[in-house]
Design a protein around this ligand. Structure first.
Ligand SMILES: Nc1ncnc2c1ncn2[C@@H]1O[C@H](COP(=O)(O)OP(=O)(O)OP(=O)(O)O)[C@@H](O)[C@H]1O
Ligand SMILES: [Mg+2]
Length: 383
């Protein structure tokens, strides 16, 4: 800084200690762009040249909207006018993730923070820009990996439930066979059979075929892959939908399931099959825990409630022996299991899914004996 710096007001942003300022612009890893109140570019440092692909000479004096994709570019002059008129800050002093446009037209994600410098008679704005393409790409890859992991988990769960599912499909198939044999006997007995009896048999065959088809439809719904996008979800509906599969497992082990769902829950943002996967994992663990108990009549209770601080709380309460003390601290780690045929991945996948939805998954002992696993999901974001 020069000796007299501070003794007079700067009349240009680069005036005060000009050499230092230029050195800073040169050395900065982040792009630094200075504009005036009309949006014209006054400074464009080497990092900005590298990130945007424009040379300084090409951009100086031009409107900064040339560095934005069309939807931002159109709105930018309006934003600036709005700020000048009202003083309301949408970005200045705040910083946020937005998109920018390179010389070759490609749009990329940036972190932008904007500071205001008040000079006599005018204001300048300093934008500091970091290219976050690599970070966004890594986040996207991580998300895809998690989705794939969750999918593998669903297939593995269905593999484990194969016996129960086969039973669920075999029953109606067996019934269809019995009805068809009866009809065949009636026809081959020759002549007179009651047309109403025959009608009844046809209706039953159709109903049983529908039942078998329903198991397959639900199964395919749970294994569907196309729906990776997030949607606004009602947790109670998700639970009601997955109960069909959960019941198959619970019936096999003689454990009754009960619902205690609260009315008027807020919606949450998420991927339906993934939340359902968590609920199914928790119910299956609860059923496993109770299956060795002499008294299973108190069963497993699946409940929802409005969270104390908003959002939705979903719990699965069992009356089993509780989590074994020697593994209680590790049950959310992968491959930790106390079961002979367990993989030990249910809870770790479930926690990954809940975290990816901005929520929390934990457990506490059930005061009435057993365990309560619960997860919280934040309320859907209002747009
Ligand atoms: N409701 C519960 N009551 C008692 N122990 C539980 C309960 N839920 C989970 N655990 C314990 O946590 C361990 C890990 O559970 P997790 O769901 O991750 O794996 P798993 O059920 O053993 O196998 P997988 O889910 O992969 O088939 C279980 O083996 C069990 O010891
Ligand atoms: Mg499990």
């Amino acid at each position: 800084m020069s000796a007299d710096s501070g003794s007079r007001k700067p009349d240009s942003i680069s005036d005060n200690g000009g050499a230092n300022f230029r050195a800073l612009l040169q050395a900065a890893v982040d792009a630094i762009i200075v504009i005036d109140e009309a949006g014209s570019i006054l400074q464009f440092n080497p990092a900005a040249e590298r990130i945007f692909g424009f040379s300084q000479a090409e951009v100086l004096g031009r409107n900064v909207s040339m560095l934005m994709p069309p939807h931002y570019a159109q709105a930018h002059d309006g934003y600036m006018a709005h700020y000048h008129a009202t003083g309301e800050r949408r970005i200045i002093g705040i910083g946020r993730e937005v998109e920018a446009r390179r010389r070759d037209g490609t749009v990329f994600p940036i972190e932008l923070s904007v500071g205001q410098v008040d000079l006599p008679g005018a204001s300048h704005y300093v934008g500091i820009i970091r290219d976050i393409s690599a970070r966004k790409r890594a986040e996207q890859e991580m998300r895809e990996l998690q989705e794939r992991l969750a999918r593998v988990g669903r297939f593995s769960t269905m593999g484990e439930m194969a016996a129960g599912l086969a039973h669920e499909i075999n029953q109606p198939l067996g019934a269809i066979n019995t009805y068809a044999q009866a009809a065949s006997r009636m026809i081959s007995a020759g002549g007179s059979y009651d047309i109403q009896d025959m009608e009844h048999i046809c209706r039953q065959v159709s109903e049983q075929a529908r039942r078998a088809g329903e198991v397959i439809r639900r199964l395919r719904g749970f294994l569907r892959t196309e729906e990776s996008g997030r949607q606004r979800l009602d947790c109670n509906s998700l639970i009601r939908e997955i109960m069909f599969l959960a019941e198959i497992d619970a019936r096999e082990h003689g454990v009754p399931l009960a619902l205690a769902l609260a009315d008027d829950l807020p919606t949450v943002d998420g991927t339906a099959v993934e939340i359902q996967q968590v609920i199914l994992n928790l119910i299956r663990n609860a059923v496993d825990a109770m299956s060795g108990q002499p008294d299973r009549s108190r069963g497993v209770i699946i409940a929802t409630a409005r969270g104390a601080e908003g959002g939705v709380e979903c719990s699965v309460t069992d009356h089993g022996p509780g989590v074994a003390a020697d593994i209680a601290g590790q049950i959310f780690h992968p491959f930790v299991t106390s079961k002979r045929n367990g993989l030990g991945v249910g809870l770790s996948i479930s926690r990954t899914i809940i975290h990816a939805h901005g929520g929390k998954l934990s457990f506490v002992p059930n005061p009435a004996g057993g365990t309560i696993f619960s997860f919280h999901l934040p309320e859907a974001f209002e747009d």
